[in-house]
Design a protein around this ligand. Structure first.
Ligand code: GLU
Length: 415
């Protein structure tokens, strides 16, 4: 099953247990608009290459479409539809007044020069510019895009409109209207939820081991934040390989080493008693918390039975398949689902939008306090829903979100 089928299966499952109005389920099972564009780019060697890009607007009943843009060779329309659907649900779980959207371009950005990447980003922006805007659809960073990508989009869009429209994207740098705390927001939000989970169970971070899959923005930041909280991070990996240090490793040393060597795989100086480890083996390491920060479909029916972690924290979108979910549940592995665990990113994006509109900017402490409150409230709501329906946290998060969406759909559309 691909990510779209998985997400639709989750909607169906939640819909059944909450007895959702079938008309609402039908609406949530279809994106409102899909856009596919061809983006010609003049390459450095003088040839012309055409890239394919997408923007999917899933639902805006609770507010403007919101969601990242992914630059990756495996992007396709179904993946973008699924990710847009998850954004609608995610924004409703954390209760921010935004809908769901997502974009993507089929490209390996590492194979392009900076000049080519800028041309591609500007071309893609121009191609989708009729569909986005600060009150319509607001993109943000996702896999292999960052604050530089957002700056190019904001600039291209502003040029087209003849006025500064920096609020067309979030995840911008501080110099052009970004928010304090946005860079680390996805990881910080996940850490707030995990802290709550451990505190409620009387567990102490210093006695807990952590394994992190994926070492981009979310992975590197969560490793560092958890290390600072006292958790022992024993393994990390990126797309090229992993590092396992039985006695714990120093995430900041792994970050600088990755910059130098291109992968954490060979970073033995990051800790004592270290060995290289494959991504597959890393997932199966005994640990307290496995944090998934890479791509979708990492824990599947094939390897779910071999997972030894007690808790999985999903900072990636869709890293555990529904088949894996069932195996994990019956083995007692707790999954803190993506639509809750990684919603800190879009929550601080929402704070960025608010600050852009007010032209007034909050200090880091204020952003963090507001984020903590949002994440703890969402976690408590999900926990209560899970108790009420006797279901997993994932299903509970879907139920909670779909109740909020149902109310909005009924109010606005008279369904
Ligand atoms: N790409 C992130 C996500 O999947 C952030 C989206 C946003 O900030 O709009 O949640």
């Amino acid at each position: 099953m691909n990510l779209l089928e998985n997400s639709l299966a989750q909607i169906r499952k939640a819909s059944e247990i909450m007895r959702l109005d079938p008309a609402v389920e039908e609406i949530l099972s279809h994106p409102e608009r899909t856009v596919e564009v061809s983006v010609p780019v003049k390459m450095d060697n003088g040839t012309l290459k055409v890239f394919t890009g997408f923007r999917v607007q899933h639902n805006n009943v609770r507010g403007p479409y919101k969601g990242g843009i992914r630059f990756h060779p495996y992007v396709d329309m179904d993946e973008v539809k699924a990710l847009a659907t998850l954004m609608t649900i995610k924004c409703a779980v954390v209760n921010i007044p935004l809908g769901g959207g997502k974009g993507g371009v089929i490209v390996d950005p590492h194979s392009l020069s900076k000049k080519e990447l800028e041309a591609l980003t500007r071309g893609y922006t121009s191609a989708i510019s009729d569909f986005i805007g600060p009150n319509i659809d607001i993109p943000a960073p996702d896999v292999y895009t960052n604050s530089q990508t957002m700056a190019w989009i904001a600039d291209e869009f502003s040029k087209k409109h003849g006025e500064n429209m920096l609020g067309v994207v979030t995840g911008k740098g501080l110099a052009i209207g970004g928010s304090e705390g946005r860079e680390t927001a996805t990881s910080q939000g996940g850490v707030y939820v995990l802290e709550e989970y451990t505190r409620e169970r009387g567990l102490s971070p210093s006695e807990m081991t952590v394994v992190v899959q994926g070492f981009g923005n979310a992975g590197a930041n969560v490793a560092e934040l958890l290390h600072r909280e006292g958790y022992k991070v024993i393994a990390v990996s990126d797309s090229k390989g992993g590092l396992h240090c039985k006695n714990g490793l120093q995430p900041d040393a792994a970050v600088s080493c990755k910059l130098e060597k291109g992968s954490v795989g060979g970073c033995f100086a990051a800790g004592d008693a270290c060995e290289m480890i494959s991504n597959e083996d890393l997932l199966e390491l005994p640990c307290d918390v496995l944090v998934l920060c890479a791509l979708e479909n990492q824990v599947t029916g094939e390897n779910a039975g071999k997972i030894k972690a007690k808790v999985i924290l999903e900072l990636a979108n869709g890293p555990v398949t529904p088949e894996a979910d069932e195996i994990l549940e019956s083995n007692g592995v707790v999954v803190i689902p993506d639509i809750l665990a990684n919603s800190g990113g879009v929550t601080v994006s929402y704070f960025e939008l608010v600050q852009n509109k007010m032209h007034l900017y909050w200090p880091l402490d204020e952003v963090k306090d507001r984020l903590r409150k949002k994440m703890v409230d969402a976690w408590k709501n999900v926990e209560d829903t899970s108790k009420e329906y006797g279901c997993s946290y994932r299903t509970a998060a879907f139920v909670l979100a779909m109740k909020r969406l149902e109310e909005a759909i009924k109010m606005r559309k008279g369904v």
